[in-house]
Design a protein around this ligand. Sequence first.
Ligand code: C2E
Ligand code: MG
Ligand code: MG
Length: 306
Amino acid sequence: YDTAEDVLRDADTAMYKAKGAGKARYAIFDNTLHAAVSERLRLEGELRQAISRGQLAVVYQPVFELGPLPGLGNGRLSGFEALVRWQHPTDGTLVPADFLAVAEESGLMLQLSDFVLHCACHQLRQWQLSDPLLAELTMSINLSAHDLAHPALVARVSRAIVEAGLKPGHLTLELTENILMSHIEGAVAKLDALRRLGVHLAVDDFGTGYSSLSHLSKLPIDSLKIDRSFIAHLQPGSDDATVVGAIIQLGGSLRKVVVAEGIETASQMTQLRDLGCAYGQGFHMASPLSGAAAGEWLREQRGVLH
Ligand code: C2E
Ligand code: MG
Ligand code: MG
């Protein structure tokens, strides 16, 4: 080291790593940590400019009504879930797992959420206006813990809806079970305010967190999205099938709409339909598509939209 500042900076990094690992730990600043930190700093710097340079994009995964009747193919299209992507100039297309943590830690999350919110609301409105059969199409958008904690969340959502000319009831905001339950104190008032706006609310990745059932019945939530880890190994009579069946019944008793995600096979779709799951999404029916590709896909679906 040439300067004391550099020593302190690296010691600081090691300290954060030790703290992140739990209580009474130590960490050594070595080449691996140095490389990880450099990579993170690089991504953070690039992410800061990605929005203004138009590198962020939203892809849309169709969500289907599974319906009680067999033989309906994939079911009726009900809407889309918006998922963020980063078209990185050298690293290719990055998925949320590659950069959401960086966005959270560097204070870029709200900007990212606003971008997705505006993009997805405008896209939905365009599709709704393009064809009377699409007038009731819905859009689901994922929010982060930072969004839930943000004092102006309701105003931000309201602005996106008004600017796009959308009916609030066509928008669903998703929060993961973990985010909701770990911010439960402040969350209820915020969720009530969003509900008053008329938007719908969903618990994402349901079943992987630690929901207290008493909270679940009191939260102003419209739907539960069963985490895809339960869907992946779905076999008739398996433990996962029992858990999924129980979640669907719980949802029904609490008057929540139940959505299954990560449906990859026809057998999973049929089982979910038999278990009474109302909605589903997954690679078996359709993968996430760019705005243009989803528009094209919608035109191809015209014949079956009714
Ligand atoms: P999620 O909200 O549970 O979204 C579903 C994820 O499962 C998406 O991954 C989707 O591409 C993937 N997926 C869909 N169908 C299948 C399938 O059949 N099999 C498998 N294995 N995967 C499937 P993605 O796009 O990588 O997003 C991951 C997570 O990142 C999302 O999970 C969500 O929690 C978060 N996320 C995505 N976009 C945003 C965003 O705009 N804002 C925020 N705050 N979080 C986002
Ligand atoms: Mg989601
Ligand atoms: Mg999920």
